[in-house]
Each structure stands twice: as structure tokens, then as C-alpha cells.
Design a protein around this ligand. Sequence first.
Ligand code: AMP
Ligand code: MG
Length: 415
Amino acid sequence: MNTDHGCAAPQPSLTVAEARRIILDAVTPAGGWACVPIRSSLGRVLARDVIAPGNVPAHDNSAMDGYAVRAEDLAADGETSLQLVGSAFAGRGFSGIVGKGQAVRIMTGGVMPVGADSVVIQEVAKVDGDRIAIPGGLRRGQNVRRAGEDLAEGAVAIPRGKRMGPAELGLAASLGLAEVSVCRRLRVAFFSTGDELASIGRPLAPGEVYDSNRYTLHGALARLGCDIIDLGVVPDRPELLEAAFRDAAASADVVLTTGGVSVGEADFIRELMQRLGEVAFWKIDIKPGRPMAFGRIGGAWMFGLPGNPVAVMVTFYQFVQDALLKIAGVDPLPARPLMPAVCAAPIRKLAGRCEFLRGRLSADGGSWRVHPAAAQGSGVLRSMSEANCFIVLDETRGDVAAGDSVPVQLFDGLV
Ligand code: AMP
Ligand code: MG
């Protein structure tokens, strides 16, 4: 890592994309894995490919309710009369063999009887006692799901590096697997810094604010499935901060801090971080959240986030979340989707920084409309709670007029 950006050196200013790329290129998977029952694998990252131990589906079976027939028995055009000799229901097959001129009643999922190769849907068959009349024009193999059609025995059903979601739990179960191998949970230690911070549970003294960052970060990390080591509030005192850093780095894969990285007050924290590890301080062309630190302390990755509560959330979701996923074993990383929306109000913006504004997206006829929140201050958590997306105005963008198209990043699936 390049750590030339010490206190004396001029701070580089990075674009959001540059900072993301540097971080994502630098971090590497932490390693370690365990076998867990499939229910417990929700949200975990697969450490090994899940291989299909058999064909899915296991047998040729019917895709429709109808009649299993031999295609060669049927006239190319005109009706054919066949004799009904039995039935095959899902889970209860037909034990005989379908001979020349015969058919078997079959339901969706029923195993194809020996001898039959196609299914005629019930809607076109005319039944009369034990005879059925079938129109011509049937294609061999019609309405039959082949064994191994979804997944052949030995194929990769779920690749390593995939995060287990509901579909993957079901897929593993459909293969008859009771357990999967998942990467070890990441251990993430964090603490808040600031002499003005009070922990909840006691009244505020003059000048104090409650420490909210620990709670937003707790929520964000818990959603990612991390093991969380909460080291509380650390006052702005070098010896206490040093002890907290050492403690955090010794016990965690990743250390997160908030506060104390802005110019002025931050100087000794910067010195401390650089003395204890290899940490680069960046000015990022982002609003909110311009100052940020990234690097390594001991064996742990380290992110020094800003203090303002909204800046913490913005920098966490833009820089930290994907890095945590990569360290946790996710590969490749999903791209962050943006969707266009019509901006309902003008936004004043200077080119130069990428701004993440809180917005409320709503359907408007056939298109999407986004209202920027009135209060965009970097300490206003309420508007973060009321918003459902970020309006993302990149570094080059200037003022936005009402009616302009703007890209938005949905909170759903992100936060
Ligand atoms: P700092 O970067 O330490 O100067 O903090 C910037 C602003 O964020 C200050 O107004 C702090 O009071 C506020 N702040 C810092 N940490 C927290 C926290 N953990 N919870 C709530 N507000 C905070
Ligand atoms: Mg502070």
C-alpha cells in the first residue's frame, strides 16, 4: 500500500470511483471456513462450490397434466385412438410398461412410465371410457422434463464466493444436501471517538450528543452477517485511542472507527494511526464524508470514517460494505445498480465532488420521480430514515433543474 500521504505531504484528493477501486484491489479474503446446516447458511459466503450429487430432476417427468404416450404411435395428422392402461401421479409412478397403442394418465411431476416418451396435455385429449382420442401434430419429447435438465450430476450448482440467499438454500435442499461449507464470519471491531459523545442510558450533559454511529454501524454490520466487537466510545485522548486501536486490531479482521478524521482535531489520531499501522489518509471528492482513512493495523484492515452520522452511512455503503464482502470471501463483487429518475425539485450543486443526496423515490405514471429531502445536513439522520434512495450526482455534474433526469441508488438491497 502507498502510505506516502503522511501529515506533512499534501493530501491527495480521490474520486469516489478511484477510492473504491484502491480499496477493493487492496483487500483480500480473510480465509477460514466451516460446515453449517443449510438453514444457518443464510447470508454466509460459500467457501466451496456446491456440486450436484445427482441429476436434477432425478427422473424424466411430466411438465403438464395429461397423458404419457409413445410419439411413434400417433398419426402425423388426424386423430389416434389409444388405450388407457394406468396412471402416474407425482410421487406414485406407473409400474408397467407402455406398449404399442397404449397411454397412461400422468400428472405434473409424475415420473415418465417406461415406454412413453411424450406427454399430450389433457385439454386436447378426448376421453371415452378406457379409450382416448389424441389429435395429430405431437412432437417427440413434448412436455417432458428430462433427468438432469436443470442440473446434471457433477455440475457446479452454486459457485464458491456466492452469498447464500433464499434461492440458494432451496437449491442446496433440492440436491438433498444437509450442510454447506461457508467462509468464516468476519470479525469487525469498532469504536466511536469524541469527547462530546454520551452513551445512551443517561441524560446529556451540556454540549454532549448521544453516540448514534455505533448503532447505525451495528445495524449495517449485523445485516452483513459479521461478528461485531463493540469497543464503545473512546475519548479524544491519544493513550486511550492507542489502546483501543491495539485492542481492536488484535481481535478483529477489520477495524472501523468514526470521528476524529477531520482537519484540525484529527492530527494526533492521524499520527497515531500511521505510527501503529500503514494507513493512508484521503480527501475524497465526496459529499458528505470527504475525509477518510484506509489501511492496515497489525493483521487487520482499518477504515477511519468521518464522524457525522450521515457521512458515516454514506462512506460505509460506498466504500466499506463491498470491501467487507470481498474480505468475507464474496467474488466477484456485484456492481452497484443505478436507475434514472425524474428529479422533482432543483438541486444546487458545484462541480468537483460526487454528492449523495437523500431522496424519496415514488412511481409517477410509467416513470419514477425522486424528491430530494429538504434537510441534507450531514448530521441529519432523520432524513436518512425518511429517504429510500441516494440521488447520486457525480463529480462533473452541476446544478440540477426540476424535471432533469438523475441517477438514484436504491436503499433496498443496499442498506
Ligand atoms: P468529528 O469528525 O469527530 O469532528 O465529528 C463530526 C461531527 O459528528 C461532530 O458534530 C460530532 O459531534 C459528530 N459525531 C461524531 N461521532 C459521532 C457519533 N458517534 N454519534 C453521533 N454524532 C457523532
Ligand atoms: Mg470528534
